[in-house]
Design a protein around this ligand. Structure first.
Ligand SMILES: [Zn+2]
Length: 199
């Protein structure tokens, strides 16, 4: 029995190496009968009533992907100064700040003069983490509730579970974990004001 498990784990590990998923978990969970199906970046397939794809290593519905596309849609000119955004650095800066690179430089320069730059940068990182938590939460909840028999790991592997998994239980776990992280991050944002004690 132990020998068999060990062997299967090794096969999975070799498969992960071949497919480039070196960070993927190869552990076998007791009590679950797990079957894996591999999809790679850019694949589009139907599961349940939804169409899925893998983008940046994360499985998501195609309609969700469209919404994300809209979100990162770059207008022709900067909403702040009105100049055409054609520089290489305009695009990545617009995604974060909703203005062109020159406007960001100018804005951050003003903050530096006022001695507020470090604080602003820290807040930006924290806000970005909050966005990621929110995205991951809705992605996971979506994955859990789409099908009762499959779960998708971060590296795009669909893990089919038979028995023992309750949608409700998993949803609750995801919500709890997300909420804990959110509270921590929000606290970090609010504590920036100054003299709040430890923790
Ligand atoms: Zn601008």
């Amino acid at each position: 029995m132990l020998k068999k498990e060990f062997k299967r784990k090794d096969v999975q590990r070799a498969r992960n190496l071949i497919t480039g998923k070196t960070g993927a978990s190869t552990g076998t969970q007791i009590g679950y009968n797990k079957k894996t199906e591999d999809y790679k970046e850019g694949d589009v397939w139907t599961e349940g009533r939804k169409t899925w794809t893998i983008k940046n290593g994360i499985k998501q519905t195609v309609s969700k992907l469209d919404a994300i596309k809209k979100e990162v849609y770059i207008p022709l000119s900067c909403p702040c100064c009105g100049k055409i955004m054609k520089k290489r650095l305009d695009k990545p800066n617009y995604k974060i700040h909703k203005k062109c690179f020159d406007c960001v430089v100018e804005f951050e320069h003003k903050l530096r003069i006022r001695g507020e730059y470090d604080d602003y940068k820290k807040k930006l990182v924290t806000k970005n983490s909050l966005d990621i938590v929110n995205e991951m939460e809705s992605y996971l909840l979506d994955a859990i509730n789409t099908s009762n028999s499959s779960f998708v790991s971060e590296d795009g592997v669909i893990e089919k579970w038979t028995g023992g998994v309750s949608k409700k239980e998993w949803s609750q776990k995801v919500k709890e974990a997300s909420q804990t992280r959110r509270e921590h991050l929000e606290k970090e944002l609010n504590d920036k004001e100054g003299t709040k004690g430890t923790n």
